[in-house]
Design a protein around this ligand. Structure first.
Ligand SMILES: C[S@@+](CC[C@H](N)C(=O)[O-])C[C@H]1O[C@@H](n2cnc3c(N)ncnc32)[C@H](O)[C@@H]1O
Length: 379
């Protein structure tokens, strides 16, 4: 079977995420290729597996099946009332083509005596996630998708509702601290390639975004931080999320200053089987305007020291197998240029850098997030 996946804004990050999840969930029984606006996954595994893959992703808007060339459109609709929408992810089709095709389908369906309604894209050539959801195009209707030389049918869209509940309803938010956006958090967790049910540690957990998303994706979590107020907040958030979303995995949170780890904290960490680390070490207060160069350099240095110390902590622990450490590094906009850590400094004992050139940023942002994945092997 072939499935199409439509990535979000940052295509390269989405590609690496999907490939990472496929490797982790499917092993090597898949083939991934790219078209200009979407990716194609070929696999013999069941549809329910592909659904599982999609539900984990942070970097994708929708996915669906690629239909056979001789598919019968009639058979896609089992309701008396027909509701459909058409999106194009192929440059040869524009909005006018979508409109014309929608009217043609409508007049064909009307001939069969059924009531028909269709939805047109509000902007661009494709229906937004919320248009697909609000018009129930997956549960009660159909979103047809124009691909290169083929058509597809959408099977799922990003679960924006559950993301926004965690974003806006959780009881504790620290407005003085930058927090990881949920979609990026999920991407980073996926890059860690931890097997379902394994344990993820965030040593700079703050209010606990990595922990909440990891619980949502079926992992046990370990969270630590130097800030006791943030730790209390993260505990509140987890308690709330476990009740709201009925998460069943384990969570343990404790104080740890990675720059000054006591013997008892190292011993405590030794009790846990950690399968992956996902974190965003402190990058300074949220910034509103370009920084002075010396300020940016000092923040870069401060962040680097936190990461260096984290790897020293790891060198005191014993890991049975290699684990992945996924870390955000900041890049600051200064009045002259962008400032980040020189790549040759990313050389930590027992750790090998395995990705490059992955980043996340919003338009006009002052801080870019560079995403690095290390493979860490205990000596
Ligand atoms: C950017 S925040 C983490 C945000 C978190 N990922 C989230 O999305 O909620 C960085 C965290 O690093 C913590 N931190 C700073 N210095 C630390 C240290 N020496 N040891 C442990 N945590 C530290 C801060 O207290 C802060 O909560």
């Amino acid at each position: 079977m072939e499935y199409f996946f439509v990535p979000g804004r940052l295509r390269k990050l989405s590609w690496v995420e999907l490939d990472s999840v496929c490797k982790n969930v499917l092993g090597f029984q898949y083939n991934l290729t790219e078209e200009k606006e979407y990716f194609v996954l070929k696999t013999d595994l069941k549809k329910s597996f592909v659904e599982k893959i999609f539900s984990r992703l942070g970097g994708f808007l929708k996915y669906g099946e690629v239909l056979d060339n001789n598919f019968e459109i009639e058979k896609l609709f089992d309701n008396k009332k027909i509701v459909f929408g058409i999106s194009s992810y192929y440059e040869n089709f524009c909005f006018e083509d979508i409109k014309k095709l929608s009217y043609n389908f409508k007049s064909e369906f009307i001939k069969t005596g059924r009531k028909v309604r269709f939805v047109l894209p509000k902007s661009g050539n494709s229906l937004s996630t919320s248009q697909v959801l609000n018009n129930r195009l997956i549960s009660e209707g159909v979103e047809l998708v124009l691909l290169k030389n083929k058509m597809g049918r959408t099977l799922g869209v990003q679960d924006i509702e559950s993301f926004s509940v965690r974003d806006y309803k959780k009881p504790f938010v620290d407005s003085n601290m930058g927090v990881l956006p949920i979609k990026l958090t999920r991407i980073m967790i996926n890059l860690a390639q931890v097997k379902y049910g394994g344990c993820i540690w965030d040593p700079f957990c703050g209010s606990g975004n990595v922990l909440l998303e990891s619980l949502d994706m079926g992992y046990d979590v370990l969270g630590s931080d130097i800030d006791t107020k943030a730790l209390d907040g993260a505990k509140k958030n987890i308690k709330w999320a476990k009740k709201y979303f009925k998460y069943i995995n384990n969570s343990n949170l404790f104080f740890l200053d990675v720059q000054n780890p006591t013997r008892s904290k190292i011993n405590l960490l030794k009790n846990y089987e950690i399968d992956g680390i996902v974190c965003e070490p402190y990058m300074g207060k949220p910034q509103r305007k370009a920084l002075e160069i010396h300020k940016a350099n000092s923040l870069v240095e401060q962040h680097y020291n936190l990461v260096k110390n984290l790897f020293s902590v790891l060198n005191n622990l014993k890991f049975e197998k290699p684990i992945r450490v996924v870390v955000v590094f900041p890049e600051y906009k200064t009045k002259r240029n962008w400032v980040s850590i020189p790549k040759n400094k990313l050389d930590f004992k027992n750790a090998k850098l395995i990705t490059k050139d992955l980043h996340w940023s919003r338009e006009n942002s002052i801080i870019k997030r560079l995403i690095f994945v290390f493979e860490y092997k205990s000596k």
